[in-house]
Design a binder for this molecule. Structure first.
Ligand SMILES: Nc1nc2c(ncn2[C@@H]2O[C@H](COP(=O)(O)OP(=O)(O)O)[C@@H](O)[C@H]2O)c(=O)[nH]1
Ligand SMILES: [Mg+2]
Length: 231
């Protein structure tokens, strides 16, 4: 049992798929969630996506940290976007609660960004680092990326869990470390395919120039579908 569930399970709210239009009837931004265990490279992916896409898209970011605002501060320091486009939610408990069960703080952050710096094309919502079970509510995001890394061991894709098996994109990051940790990337790719079927998998080395390209391409494709669907 999770320690933070000692007082019973958190209150559950039901959220249906988020409305694709704003109050004024215009198309709202596509919302993409990034989840995955601590330290796999979620913030690094957000930073690299902002750098790769900020000249072509209007972007904002929401970060979720348990007790701090460190990820947002990191992104501001790195100047991946103007400060006012980066919002932080302090979740205070299990990070997955804030992205799945009671998404109100995140929804508010997303809507505030749309109002203050919008119109936006894309909002990236980074979950606080969690375990393999964390998934986003459909009421908060339109699509989700699950980030794991090779340093966590090559058995992670085989072990499955909802993040690995159902995320719209699985990112397997830090391929540069594979030789040092004795990880077989082809085996990881086979295991991921067995768990995910036709759902896509991107191998990345974010420290390398252009390392985020496969993820950026996927985001562009999501946005093209999103725009076409709302046209
Ligand atoms: N070697 C290597 N390190 C990486 C890569 N991507 C991220 N890191 C490092 O891994 C650590 C955790 O990354 P971070 O993005 O903060 O992980 P998060 O907890 O999932 O947000 C940081 O020190 C990053 O610089 C990568 O592709 N290769
Ligand atoms: Mg992070």
């Amino acid at each position: 049992m999770h320690l933070d569930h000692q007082d019973g399970f958190p209150e559950r709210h039901t959220y249906s798929a988020a409305d694709p239009v704003r109050h004024d009837g215009t198309r709202r931004a596509l919302r993409i969630g990034l989840g995955g265990p601590v330290g796999t490279g979620k913030t690094a992916t957000v930073a690299a996506l902002c750098r790769a896409l900020r000249d072509e898209l209007s972007i904002a970011v929401v970060t979720n940290d348990i007790y701090t605002r460190e990820d947002a501060e990191f992104l501001r320091r790195e100047a991946v976007l103007p400060t006012e486009r980066i919002a932080a939610v302090e979740t205070g408990a299990c990070p997955h609660t804030a992205i799945r069960d009671d998404i109100s703080a995140n929804l508010e952050a997303v809507e505030d960004l749309e109002e203050t710096v919008g119109p936006l094309d894309l909002i990236l919502v980074e979950s606080g680092g969690d375990n393999l079970t964390a998934t986003f509510s459909k009421g908060l995001v339109d699509a989700q990326i699950f980030v794991i890394d090779v340093a966590g061991g090559d058995d992670i894709p085989r072990k499955g869990g909802p993040g690995v098996t159902t995320a719209d994109l699985l990112v397997i990051n830090k391929t540069d470390l594979a030789p040092y940790v004795g990880v077989d990337l082809e085996g990881m790719a086979r295991d991921a395919k067995a768990q995910r079927g036709e759902l896509p998998v991107a191998f990345t080395a974010l420290k390398q120039p252009g390392g985020v390209q496969p993820v950026a391409e996927w985001v562009r494709a999501q946005l093209a579908n999103w725009t076409a669907a709302q046209a």
